[in-house]
Design a protein. Sequence first.
Length: 191
Amino acid sequence: MDPNLALPADLPTPIDDGAAAHLTGMRLPDVSLAATDGTRVSLAKLAGRTVVFAYPRTGAPGHPNLVADWDAIPGARGCTPQACGFRDLHDDLKARGVAQVHGLSTQTGAYQREAATRLQLPFTLLSDASRAFAMAVRLPTFEAAGTILLCRLSLVVDDGVVTKVFYPVFPPDRSAADILAWLDGEGTAKA
């Protein structure tokens, strides 16, 4: 792993507050989201197996954290390492039957395009800047500096229905590897 993506050892561990328990088995609503490749994506309409990882916000060079105590917020730090984990294991996910991978945040498309290009992501990031999708499925959120952000979670979606929820996700740089382990175990039954 790139040493610049290393996470501090003392990050607070997020707790499972039950805010994502309702998602398993949910048929996703048809909400169109702007993707970093210029298309629009409705997670409800995607055929096959999809992995979606929601994250608060990726950092950008020269842009400080949203708040000074960002690292003290459980689950806030680690968006870039999480995205890079999915980048690095993208081929492994595809080899296990994942048809598509998408990142999801409330950041604008322009901000996400910069991150997708800089990080050389082989998948799209989806912008839910209006929070239409987040509100429709009641994704867990938190607020920092007056901005509503998504809590970090990952979904395995089969033909528009949530099969598996990973929440909370910690450490974030292990998110893709945790999904691979699940796919190699009980997740293979749905492939």
